[in-house]
Design a protein around this ligand. Structure first.
Ligand SMILES: Nc1ncnc2c1ncn2[C@@H]1O[C@H](COP(=O)(O)OP(=O)(O)OP(=O)(O)O)[C@@H](O)[C@H]1O
Ligand SMILES: [Mg+2]
Length: 309
């Protein structure tokens, strides 16, 4: 397999979304302007120092919110900045990142003996042993999971809420960023991922049904915050467009997560087509609006190494 090296994008200023200290879209829906809403206390991103390890959890229990897309595109944006990024695929369904990224396993290894997230959850393997360093993209690693990982949900033997948290703490792999893609489920895997603690990113599609799930989602995160160091860093408005519901969900997310960025990621056909080519949107079309928006979000969360703080 020829690995793809992801490169930084050159985005002209006129194509960037403005980042503003506002918490509300007030204009009519047909005149809606995409912009990144900053929280009052926003001080700008910092680069990751050598030896430092940042953990992001992409969380929403609603199906189809944009979790997997957000995880991959941010991971690619950070890999293009020169960071090493490990994705933990915590979603056992087939339509996930393990299938999308196709990790390369040692030649001749019987699939039965692959170490995956399931082995980590059962305490049979450390996170580093279950990390595969060769994927389609250079500097992008993955802890894979397959459908058999779903057993975790109903096996009482898996009860360590802090298993994943401990596994990440013990990891010594040369990784700057770990990003976790959560399953669309109220269950152990999603609870255990929040228990890791760290920076949470909440994607939501812009529909009435997604809006209905956003208040229970807020409560779930608030409950987790009582026990764990969970900070919501960004709400990601998936497949954003100039609609009344985009404005309404966007404004609600700004209210629910007052300390978070609220970032539109515009709708495009590239986003829906890229997985069919087994490519990230960034690789499929580096000029896509969706690629640019994710790149911009990536830069709002983490500064490139060498950037002034
Ligand atoms: N910017 C975008 N424009 C158009 N479609 C998008 C965009 N972002 C995501 N989508 C589409 O939305 C759908 C759901 O996205 P995705 O699979 O990332 O969500 P998910 O939350 O991971 O889903 P699940 O809950 O099943 O794990 C996919 O078909 C994806 O291609
Ligand atoms: Mg998903």
């Amino acid at each position: 397999m020829v690995q793809v090296t992801l490169e930084p994008l050159k985005i002209p200023d006129r194509l960037r979304m403005p980042a503003v200290f506002e918490r509300e879209w007030t204009e009519p829906a047909n005149k809606l302007r995409p912009r990144i809403l900053l929280p009052a206390a926003f001080t700008g991103p910092s680069p990751i120092a050598p030896g430092e390890h940042r953990v992001f959890i992409v969380f929403n229990r609603k199906g189809g919110a944009g979790k997997t897309t957000t995880t991959l595109e941010l991971a690619c944006a950070w890999a293009a900045m020169g960071y090493t990024v490990r994705i933990i695929d915590a979603d056992p369904q087939d339509a996930g990142l393990t299938g999308w990224l196709a990790p390369v396993y040692p030649e001749g290894l019987d699939p039965k003996h692959r170490l995956t997230l399931k082995n980590v959850m059962y305490g049979e393997a450390g996170l580093d042993e279950a990390t595969y360093y060769t994927t389609r993209y250079k500097n992008l690693y993955i802890v894979p999971s397959y459908e058999d990982c779903a057993v975790v949900e109903y096996d009482p033997a898996v009860n360590g809420e802090r298993t994943l948290r401990r596994a990440i703490k013990r990891s010594e792999a040369p990784v700057d960023i770990t990003i976790v893609d959560c399953p669309p489920k109220v269950g152990k895997l999603s609870t255990f991922t929040l228990a890791i603690g760290g920076e949470v990113l909440v994607p939501s599609q812009l529909s009435g049904l997604d809006k209905k799930s956003n208040e229970p989602l807020r409560r779930t995160i608030a409950d987790a915050q009582e026990e764990y160091d969970v900070r919501v860093r960004a709400a990601v408005l998936t497949a954003w467009g100039k609609t009344i519901i985009s404005r309404s969900v966007g404004n609600e997310m700004a209210e629910h997560y007052p300390d978070a960025l609220v970032c539109p990621v515009r709708r495009s056909v590239d986003a829906t087509t890229a997985p069919d080519e087994n490519q990230s949107i960034r690789e499929y079309n580096k000029r896509s609006t969706t690629t640019r928006d994710f790149d911009q979000l990536g830069h709002m969360l983490v500064a490139p190494r060498g950037a002034a703080e």
